[in-house]
Design a protein around this ligand. Structure first.
Ligand code: EPZ
Length: 424
C-alpha cells in the first residue's frame, strides 16, 4: 500500500485549483440511470470513488466508453440505454456506500433493484432506514434478505415524506426516485447541502420538475420520462476547505481557486473567529496568515452548519492554536479516530463521548501514523505539514477516495511531500 512522507515546516504559497465535488458527482453520475439518453458531465474529479461508480454502472449495463476520462480528460459521458442487470453487488457497495444510491433510480425506471446493504464503516453504523422508508412511501415493496435489499414497484406514486434526520443520501435517493413517480412528492426535513441543489439542477436539466432543493422542503412533480443532460459539477467545498485550513496552518499565502464562499460560510465564520485572515471574491478564497491562531469551539451540524467532513481538518488547526477548543461531533458516532494519531504527534486531545477537548500546543512532531477514513487521512496530511520532522502516513488509499492528486497540489504550493508506492 502506498505511503505519503512529509517533511514539515514549509509555508504554503501560490495557487491551487479546486476539483469537482466528489459528493455531488457520485449521485449525479448515478442519476444517469434515469434515462436512456447520453448524459455528459464536466469537472468530474479523478478519484477512486468515481472509478468505482463507473464500474458499478457498467456492471448494470452502461456500455459508455470512458477511456478519455480515465486518461485524464475533464468530461465524462454515460448512457444507460442497455441496462440489463439491476443488482449492485456487495463487493462494490462495501467499497463505496454511495453505491446504495442506485436503488432509487433503478426501481423508479425499471421497477426493480437488488442492492447490497452498505453496512457500517469506520465512522459509524450509517444505516439506510430513511432511504427505505422513503421508497416504501413511494409505493416500492422492500424486502431485506441475505444482506441485500430487494425493491420492486409496478409504478412509484408521489407521497409526502418526512425525514427523521436530514439525511443527504436519503434525500438524494428519494428525490431521484420521485422524478419518475406518478404525481407529486414532498420531502420534508430534507438535507440542504449544496450537493443536493446540484443534483436537482442536473435532474431538472433532464426534464425533472423539482422545486425547493437546498431548502428543507423539496417538491418533485413526477414526469413520464427524462432526457439526457450536459452538466458541470460544482467545486468540492470540502477539498476547498481542507486547502484553506492548510494555508492557515502553515501561515501561508494561498489562493484556493474555485472555492465558493457561499458553500463554506460556517467554516469561514469559524476561521475568522480563530484569527485567520482571508479575502474572498468570485475567483476563490485567498488566505494570508500572519498572526496567531486562537482556539474556538466547533459543533458539526447538518448544512448550513459546520460540516462534519471538515471536523478532522479543523481539529488539526485547533491542536496548534492558542487556548482550548471543544469540538462536538453530532453527525457520526465515531468520527474522532484521527485524534489518537494526532496525539502521537504531540497534540493534546481528550475525548469525552461526542466531544473532543483540544488543548493547543506550540508545535507537533512528525511520526509514523495511519489513516482510518477519508477525512481523517487528510487531517494527518495537514498535521504533517506543520509538524517538526518527518511524518509517514500509511493506508493512503483512504485519501485517494476523495482528494485528486493531493501530494501534487501540495507540492506546487511548496510542501515537501512525496508518495512512496507500496507493495500492493
Ligand atoms: C453524505 O453521507 C456524505 N457522503 C458524507 O461524506 C457526509 O459526511 C454526510 O453526507 C453528512 O454530511 C456522500 O455524499 C457520498 P447522511 P450520507 O445520510 O448520505 C444517519 C465524505 O467524507 N442516517 O446525511 O451517508 C447516519 O447514520 C463522506 O465525503 C440514518 O440514521 O450521510 C448519520 O449519522 C463521509 N439513517 C446521519 O444520518 C439513514 O437512512 C447523516 O448521514 C441515513 C442516515
Amino acid at each position: 500500500m502506498d505511503r505519503i512522507i512529509i517533511q514539515g515546516g514549509k509555508r504554503l504559497s501560490g495557487e491551487v485549483v479546486v476539483s469537482g465535488s466528489k459528493n455531488a458527482a457520485l449521485p449525479i453520475l448515478i442519476s444517469s440511470l434515469l434515462t436512456p439518453e447520453p448524459c455528459t458531465y464536466q469537472s468530474v474529479p479523478h478519484l477512486a470513488d468515481i472509478r468505482t461508480t463507473i464500474k458499478l454502472l457498467s456492471g448494470l449495463g452502461d456500455k459508455s466508453d470512458n477511456q478519455r476520462w480515465l486518461d485524464g480528460a475533464d468530461e465524462l459521458t454515460l448512457q444507460a440505454d442497455q441496462i440489463r442487470n439491476f443488482e449492485a453487488p456487495y463487493d462494490l457497495v462495501k467499497t463505496m456506500r454511495a453505491s446504495f444510491l442506485v436503488i432509487g433510480p433503478l426501481v423508479a425506471r425499471f421497477g426493480q433493484a437488488r442492492v447490497s446493504t452498505p453496512g457500517g464503516c469506520a465512522i459509524g453504523a450509517r444505516p439506510v432506514d430513511l432511504h427505505l422508508k422513503g421508497l416504501e412511501a413511494l409505493g416500492a415493496t422492500i424486502e431485506q434478505t441475505h444482506g441485500y435489499v430487494e425493491a420492486t414497484a409496478a409504478k412509484l406514486r408521489g407521497a409526502k415524506i418526512y425525514l427523521d434526520l436530514p439525511s443527504v443520501g436519503a434525500t438524494e435517493n428519494i428525490m431521484m426516485a420521485a422524478t419518475l413517480a406518478e404525481g407529486t412528492t414532498l420531502i420534508e426535513n430534507a438535507a440542504k447541502e449544496p450537493e443536493i441543489d446540484d443534483l436537482a439542477k442536473a435532474l431538472n436539466a433532464m426534464g425533472a420538475r423539482i422545486q425547493g432543493a437546498g431548502t428543507d422542503i423539496i417538491q418533485i412533480d413526477g414526469v413520464d420520462s427524462l432526457g439526457g443532460v450536459n452538466h458541470r459539477i460544482i467545486p468540492d467545498r470540502i477539498e476547498a476547505g481542507s486547502f484553506v485550513i492548510a494555508a492557515a496552518l502553515t501561515h501561508g499565502d494561498v489562493l484556493v481557486k474555485g472555492a465558493r464562499t457561499d458553500h463554506l460560510e460556517a467554516l469561514m465564520i469559524k476561521l475568522k473567529e480563530a484569527g485567520v485572515s482571508f479575502t474572498a471574491d468570485g475567483h476563490g478564497i485567498r488566505v494570508r496568515q500572519n498572526g496567531k491562531i486562537k482556539s474556538v469551539d466547533v459543533k458539526t451540524l447538518p448544512y448550513p452548519g459546520f460540516p462534519t467532513d471538515l471536523q478532522a481538518q479543523m481539529m488539526v488547526l485547533m491542536a496548534v492554536a492558542d487556548g482550548v477548543s471543544v469540538i462536538t461531533e453530532t453527525i457520526f458516532e465515531n468520527r474522532f479516530m484521527h485524534a489518537q494519531e494526532l496525539d502521537r504527534m504531540g497534540a493534546q486531545i481528550k475525548l469525552e463521548g461526542s466531544r473532543a477537548i483540544v488543548r493547543g500546543v506550540g508545535d507537533l512532531s512528525g511520526a509514523p501514523v495511519m489513516a482510518s477514513d477519508l477525512r481523517a487521512s487528510v487531517a494527518l496530511v495537514l498535521a504533517g505539514l506543520v509538524a517538526n520532522g518527518t511524518t509517514e502516513i500509511s493506508r493512503v488509499y483512504h485519501l485517494d477516495r476523495g482528494y485528486e492528486q493531493i501530494e501534487k497540489k501540495l507540492s506546487y504550493l511548496g510542501a515537501q511531500i512525496v508518495r512512496v508506492p507500496g507493495a500492493n
